[in-house]
Design a binder for this molecule. Structure first.
Ligand SMILES: [Zn+2]
Length: 291
């Protein structure tokens, strides 16, 4: 069976309590970059956010999505990537039209990263970590460290064509119970992974890459799972958002423009609402005014 163009693939080491995952996005990343004009450094960072969101999303144990969102006072005020439990991805950078820097530390100066997991059933978990200058992977690693989760390392790479990521995570003792041996295995494996180059992450066929990195550490690969660009926006969601606006404001826009237009910034889909479509928010608010 051939590997999908956009995919993520899990593996486990057969002689160490360590798991791994490799993700590569090409087509979905291209589709996302086509929606807006981004400076190359911004597009590249979107790729890293996407690859990381895919790698982290596969740990979700329910139907839902993982969202990586960074806000900063640097050249990128906001950047976010989202991956659902069925591997549908979307991403955006906002307000970064003037970005010229190539440096993570100036693009996302004084930034903070929110890692949010939302279930379709409405549960929400969020962790927040400051963004240092060392890059997205290292910030996510700090998040795992500080939240006392399993030790986790990530390697991310992106150009404006492809985005890739490799993740290693230490598992609870199962094959090896000796603490020293466990620590040694973990150290050895992430030291080997540290030798990966950006070029290899982006271009090398992934099974060859894993063999190159872990030649003497047998690993078992699970089937690849396919990822794709898809937006979760809908006319109903836009309508729901309009109900949060006061009837007076809605009236003002309707009078000025004849309709209300909402564009989804993730996919550019335009939703148009005429006065007749907005009976509910207009009437609800009028009712409030009377009582
Ligand atoms: Zn959309």
């Amino acid at each position: 069976m051939s590997t999908p163009v956009d995919f993520t693939r899990k593996f486990v080491f057969e002689q160490a309590d360590v798991r791994g995952e490799f993700a590569r996005l090409h087509e979905s990343f291209r589709q996302i970059l086509e929606i807006h004009q981004y400076a190359p450094a911004v597009g590249k960072l979107i790729g890293e956010f996407l690859a990381a969101s895919v790698l982290l999303s596969t740990t979700i144990k329910f139907e839902g999505r993982l969202i990586l969102q960074a806000e900063s006072s640097g050249e990128i005020p906001l950047i976010m990537a989202e991956c659902s439990s069925d591997l549908q991805v979307r991403a955006i950078a906002r307000g970064a039209e003037q970005a010229t820097s190539q440096e993570f530390g100036s693009l996302l100066r004084n930034g903070r990263l929110a890692i949010t997991i939302e279930s379709d059933a409405g549960q929400r978990y969020q962790g927040i970590v400051p963004l240092g200058g060392a890059g997205l992977a290292s910030c996510i690693e700090h998040y795992f460290e500080n939240s006392e989760q399993l030790p986790t390392r990530l390697w991310l790479a992106s150009d404006t064509q492809r985005a890739s990521g490799l993740l290693l995570q230490q598992l609870p003792a199962h094959l090896v119970s000796d603490a020293e041996a466990r620590a040694r295995h973990w150290e050895q494996l992430h030291t080997l992974a540290d030798t990966v180059t950006t070029g290899e992450l982006l271009e090398l066929e992934h099974e060859r890459l894993l063999t190159r990195l872990f030649l003497e550490d047998p690993l078992k690969l699970f089937p690849a799972a396919s990822a794709a660009f898809a937006c979760s926006c809908s006319r109903q969601r836009c309508h729901d958002a309009l109900t949060a606006i006061s009837a007076r404001e809605l009236e003002e826009i309707l009078t000025a423009q004849g309709h209300i237009s909402m564009d989804c910034e993730f996919c550019n889909q335009r939703y148009l609402f005429a006065r007749d479509d907005l009976r509910e928010p207009l009437d609800t608010d009028a009712a409030h005014a009377v009582h």
